[in-house]
Design a protein around this ligand. Structure first.
Ligand SMILES: NC(=O)C1=CN([C@@H]2O[C@H](COP(=O)(O)OP(=O)(O)OC[C@H]3O[C@@H](n4cnc5c(N)ncnc54)[C@H](O)[C@@H]3O)[C@@H](O)[C@H]2O)C=CC1
Ligand SMILES: C[N+](C)(C)CC(=O)CC(=O)[O-]
Length: 485
């Protein structure tokens, strides 16, 4: 899949980060003199957030390829994400340039917050392939993307965006500002009035959201939340009780305060007082850490956006790695994230077990002990592990795991992994005993013939090598008391 991104600002940078982290190369054009620095900073925050968010091993990230023109970026592209400033004349000019150079089959998704597909498509050569693909900031974390425009293009965009962990929601009928921004603008207008009228400061309004209904919205949205608020009688009672208030003059509705110098200055000053002690990048990291925590809570409850996280993770777990030929097997690589380091600045203990465990998962997929096999009610459980820590690993290092099958029979197998640094130094070894189990009965049972045959075949390759020196090693006794014991 060849992906291009036109515009690498707040939203374009987020898109680029999501595609890259999901393992795709992205060709980018943005004429801003500092575009590479800006996207680099967004990428750094995004990589940090993904390392915290996913337990599953992440794919090797794709590459950013910076180009000197739109034509160079979109040549041969299958999917193009346009994220230039929200001006229709500019979007038309950029879309025309994209169409002049992109294959006729390429899909063009626009990040536009407000324009309808019919507006974007004015004057287009192949209008049906231009869609609204409107995300929410930060694009590398929030899954939802509003797809407007329909047809085959929407189906293809939906497939790609699902593959990179998004939750595309198709909107059948085009309207200005789609759905999300219609809702957000209503709240935003009210908030501006409240500040304008001196009723509340920016901080007080944010507190009412983040200590209150904002927490509810992350997990149940509006209708489900209000259904509960109707008590046992549910939504009908809620509407009967609070419906009339909609006609009372509670809100300013469509009325917008003039964003004159006075109001802009007031809001900016209050916002500085509220959050000026943090840089924007710091605020992004605080936001990302909070979002990751929310995602993980939702994943634990298998609810809402936690389901998108789980689905993406399952895809990462199920990824079959094209193993380079040769033996020992090389099925898993990992990049040491800054988040994995301890107070000594080195990869902390339990992350070694994570890397080894991921290598074991990769071996299981390699031999056919995969999702389909588990669906049949059988799996393998690790029952014993011995790790030797041999060299420090630092942030950013790439680690490769070499895997050997050093013993097996019909009910169990024994793996020996070596974690290697880029210069070939051994960072750790891990030896693991796994039992083949009937997951429903909860007991060890013989594996099926195909799996056994696959292990037999790998074992013949292993027989050509001397046994690993450390295989079967235990921790040495210290002093007489232990030695006697
Ligand atoms: N900022 C937000 O919260 C959201 C914005 N959007 C939409 O995303 C789009 C982009 O908005 P932002 O990223 O916020 O704006 P931005 O101002 O942060 O980024 C726009 C980028 O486009 C680049 N650009 C300008 N002319 C260009 C050209 N001829 N070719 C390539 N790149 C060019 C600029 O250098 C800049 O880096 C807009 O349509 C906006 O409505 C969608 C969701 C949320
Ligand atoms: C302010 N905005 C209209 C550009 C916001 C969006 O489009 C979505 C978001 O991320 O809030």
């Amino acid at each position: 899949m060849k992906i291009a991104a036109i515009g690498g600002g707040v939203i374009g940078g987020g898109w680029i980060a999501r595609f890259i982290l999901a393992g795709h190369d992205v060709r980018v054009f943005d004429p801003h003199p500092e575009a590479q620095r800006i996207v680099g900073e967004v990428m750094a925050n995004a990589s940090r957030a993904w390392a915290k968010m996913f337990l599953a091993p992440l794919p090797e990230p794709g590459q950013i390829i910076w180009t000197k023109s739109i034509a160079e970026a979109v040549e041969g592209a299958d999917y193009i994400q346009e994220s230039v400033p929200e001006r229709l004349d500019l979007k038309h000019k950029i879309l025309a340039e994209i169409e002049a150079a992109a294959p006729a089959t390429a899909i063009i998704g626009s990040s536009t917050s407000g324009f309808k597909p019919s507006e974007l498509r004015e004057g287009a050569k192949h209008p049906a392939r231009i869609l609204v693909a409107h995300p929410f900031n930060p694009v590398y974390l929030l899954p939802v993307v509003e797809i407007v425009g329909g047809g085959e293009a929407a189906a293809r965009a939906t497939a790609l965006l699902t593959e990179v962990g998004m939750k595309p929601v198709s909107i059948a009928q085009e309207i200005d500002a789609h759905i999300g921004d219609r809702l957000l603008e209503a709240v935003w207008r009210e908030a501006l009035w409240l500040v304008n009228d001196g009723i509340a400061t920016t901080e007080e309004i944010d507190d009412i959201i983040r200590y209150g209904f904002g927490l509810r919205w992350a997990q149940m949205g509006l209708f489900e939340t209000y259904r509960i608020a109707g008590g046992e009688a549910g939504m009908k009672h809620f509407l009967a009780q609070f419906g009339p208030a909609l006609k009372w003059p509670w809100t300013k509705l469509m009325d917008v305060p003039d964003l004159d110098d006075r109001l802009v200055g007031m809001i900016a000053d209050q916002s500085d007082a509220q959050s000026g002690k943090h840089s924007i990048r710091e605020l992004e990291r605080i936001r990302d850490d909070n979002l990751v925590g929310i995602f993980q809570a939702l994943k634990a409850n298998d609810w809402g956006a936690g389901q998108s996280l789980r689905e993406m993770e399952n895809r990462f777990y199920a990824r079959k790695v094209e193993a380079p030929s040769g033996y020992p097997l090389r099925l898993h690589t990992a990049r040491v994230s800054g988040d994995w380091l301890d107070y000594n600045g080195h990869m902390t203990e339990f992350r070694y077990l994570q890397v080894l465990g991921d290598a074991t998962d990769a071996f299981m997929i390699h031999v056919g002990l995969d999702e389909a096999y588990r669906a049949g009610g059988f799996s393998a459980y690790t029952v014993e592990t011995h790790i030797r820590h041999l060299a420090e690993s630092s942030g950013g290092e790439k680690l490769t795991v070499e895997t050997r099958l050093i013993g097996h029979d019909a009910k169990k197998f024994r793996l020996f992994h070596r974690i290697l640094k880029e210069d070939g130094t051994e960072a750790a070894t891990g030896e693991h005993m796994l039992l083949h189990v009937d997951t429903k009965a909860g007991r060890t049972v013989p594996m099926n013939d195909a799996l056994k045959a696959r292990l037999d075949q790998i074992a013949t390759e292993d027989a050509a090598l001397p046994a690993p020196e450390a295989a079967g090693a235990a921790i040495r006794a210290i002093g007489q008391r232990e030695a006697v014991a």
